[in-house]
Design a protein around this ligand. Structure first.
Ligand code: FBP
Ligand code: MN
Length: 651
């Protein structure tokens, strides 16, 4: 029965396939094409994480391919260009529009400029050829600026250069210049080169929060040619807010207020904060614990600062109140200790948590009824409901969140590696920690799959605000067994109101010290059905403190921690601007970014020489497409095509 069904299905599939490949030659050509692709070297993967709204730094890393663009230029033009020229050329490729302006201003005669155009266009064509050796012609064509494909291909596939066609090629380039198309061609070629140098991008989580322009990062990612995303805890917080979780919403607003980024909400996403501002003005005053953190160079008037301080308090208190009913209705979240508002001794202004009693400072409990401390005032309730409505109606946010869902997942198995933002929750013995959800116990990979299933359910049901799926999205942000949080509890309340830093400590999951161990990493790879000899785990989330001698390469290279440290607020504690990772057919390279120069500085002296590389390993055998995820798919296609050939065309 099953067999006939399968055979039927197969025949239907092959019939469908034969509509695309409607003669024997077409099938044969495609098989040959795919077979040869399998033998090309694998494309370069680029890994970044913890972007935290730092659009400018991200742009630089993306455009420079973490130093890969410059490296290609240096390799190709080692004998013909000086270091300075190489840097200038690199800067032109990263920021072609701006750099072109700067360069053009330097020329005094048209002839000199034309000469520069000719040399530059030729160099760029050579670089395109050099950067595309791993690709098929058709893939290269897709990466070229559409309006110039014909011209570029003519120049790329030059034949007979010395004889008959020499003047033809010269004419072509001269024509481009005299018709005023040179700038457009250079800009187009620059973006093509950027695109050719990185085949696929992995964003290992935390696009949102702390930094000023996450929405611009999202727009860049939406336009990017090939990528995947592993959600970070901060991304999930935004997904949760959009999916109907009021407590997630309160959190994103609180973090925006804390980092003086409320314009992300108001200007970028068009959400009206007026109701929240009115509430804040009515109940709150200045409070040093709620002053916004500002990055250097930023200026606020006293009045602006005061207003943000008030909003910050208003939304923090709403957040603490909203947490309580969830903790109570979900005892299996094991979060009773976080019922902080109920634990406050309002007479003595003290809090007892985890067995210790602390004095509270800078409190702002004006809207807290000590007999029912977690009850929202009707106006607080109205504010959060209005905000939820308007956040769910933001077209731009909808677009960004849909994209996060489409390209994102909690973890990803890719070319034999495991990509995950936070951790795999384990206990001190290295056993997978289990969590009971609706009477079923899950652990390891199954637990993560379950989390993702609930998250997707919540996203599909935005009208539900208090169901288990929505509560679990918040759990992913802050829960003990969350693979994204990776800590035992979040001490936000203590950070605001208690001076004693001991109370701020957030204990990490044992994963974070056990991941130093090779066997533990092997075990985790096996948990995800990956080959422990070949695979590696690629993590974000925890800033690597190079300052204290911490190494991002752990467990003999089985574990790579690439928290980009893009977040300016965290660079003091890491001593570095962060790491990114490149994986080409020869192996993996970790790139340490000492600091991200401003775009202006890069434009002036092409300065990304500050990226230091450390090679994780040299693969013995060059990796080919056939060894990759895509290779597996291509092999399946080849198999089907061969079946089609036998079934339809060969008797
Ligand atoms: O430094 P901030 O912005 O107050 O945030 C601290 C909070 O951020 C977290 O570290 C989570 O953010 P990360 O994913 O960037 O680590 C919490 O554990 C902690 O409570
Ligand atoms: Mn994180």
């Amino acid at each position: 029965m099953v067999e006939t069904y399968d055979a039927d299905l197969k025949a239907k599939y092959l019939d469908l396939l034969s509509t695309k490949y409607d003669n024997e030659e077409k099938v044969a050509t495609e098989i040959m094409n795919l077979e040869s692709i399998l033998h090309l070297p694998k494309g370069t993967e680029h890994f970044v994480s913890d972007l935290h709204g730092e659009y400018q730094a991200f742009q630089h890393v993306l455009r420079s391919g973490s130093g890969n663009v410059r490296q290609k230029i240096a390799a190709l033009f080692a004998d013909s260009l000086t270091e300075e020229e190489i840097s200038g050329f690199a800067a032109l490729i990263y920021y072609p529009e701006e750099k072109l302006q700067l360069i053009k201003n330097e020329f005094e005669s048209k002839e000199a400029l034309d000469e520069w155009y000719i040399a530059t266009i030729h160099n760029m064509i050579d670089l395109v050829a050099f950067s595309s050796t791993k690709y098929t012609r058709s893939k290269l064509r897709k990466a070229l600026p559409e309006q110039f494909v014909f011209i570029i291909e003519e120049l790329l596939y030059k034949t007979d250069e010395d004889a008959n066609k020499k003047t033809y090629y010269e004419k072509l380039v001269n024509q481009i210049i005299s018709l005023g198309q040179a700038d457009k061609l250079i800009v187009g070629l620059s973006y093509s080169i950027q695109r050719l140098i990185v085949n696929h991008l992995h964003v290992v989580g935390d696009i949102y929060d702390r930094g000023p322009e996450p929405e611009k990062i999202m727009d860049t990612l939406i336009d990017y040619h090939s990528l995947d995303i592993q959600w970070g805890n901060h991304d999930v917080l935004w997904i949760g807010a959009y999916a109907g979780s009021k407590v997630c919403l309160a959190n994103i607003l609180r973090i925006c207020a804390r980092y003086d980024n409320l314009n992300i909400i108001e200007d970028a996403y068009g959400i009206n904060l007026r109701p929240l501002v009115n509430l804040a003005e009515k109940y709150y005053d200045d409070n040093p614990a709620f002053h916004p953190k500002m990055s250097s160079g930023e200026e606020l008037t006293e009045l602006e600062k005061l207003q943000i301080t008030k909003i910050h308090q208003a939304i923090a208190i709403i957040q603490f109140k909203l947490e309580a009913p969830i903790i109570k209705r979900r005892p299996f979240f094991e979060m009773e200790e976080r019922l902080v508002l109920e634990k406050v001794d309002y007479d003595n202004n003290e809090l007892t948590v985890y067995g210790n009693t602390y004095k509270l400072e800078n409190t702002c409990f004006q809207t807290v009824d000590r007999n029912d401390p977690t009850k929202l005032l009707p106006e607080e309730e109205e504010v959060i409901n209005k905000l939820l409505l308007s956040i769910q109606q933001s077209e731009k946010l909808k677009r960004h969140m849909n994209f996060l869902m489409k390209k994102g997942s909690l973890y990803l198995k890719y070319n034999g590696n495991l990509l995950i933002h936070g951790c795999i929750p384990v206990d001190e013995n290295g056993d997978m920690e289990s969590m009971e959800i609706e009477g079923e116990v899950y652990k390891g990979r199954e637990l993560l799959d379950k989390f993702e299933e609930y998250l997707r359910h919540s996203f599909a049901h935005k009208e539900e605000t208090d169901d288990l799926a929505t509560d679990l999205v918040w759990y992913l942000w802050t829960g003990k067994y969350s693979s994204l949080f990776g800590k035992r509890a979040m001490t936000t309340f203590e950070r605001y109101f208690i001076k004693d830093k001991a109370s701020h400590k957030e204990e990490k999951n044992p994963y974070y010290h056990l991941r130093e161990d090779v066997d533990m990493c092997r075990k985790m790879l096996e948990e995800f059905d990956l080959d422990p000899d070949q695979g590696r785990i690629i993590n974000g989330h925890t800033p690597v403190k190079e300052i204290d001698g911490e190494d991002p390469i752990k467990a003999n290279g089985k574990m790579l921690v690439i928290d980009g440290g893009f977040s300016k607020a965290y660079q003091k504690t890491t001593g570095i601007a962060g790491y990114t990772l490149l994986y080409n057919s020869y192996g993996m390279q970790l790139v340490a970014h000492q600091h991200f120069n401003s775009k202006e500085k890069v434009l002036m002296d092409g300065a990304d020489a500050l990226s230091v590389r450390r090679v994780v390993d040299e693969e013995l055998e060059r990796k080919l497409v056939r060894d990759t995820n895509i290779g597996v798919k291509l092999k399946e296609e080849i198999k089907s095509l061969k079946e089609l050939l036998a079934y339809r065309y060969i008797d």
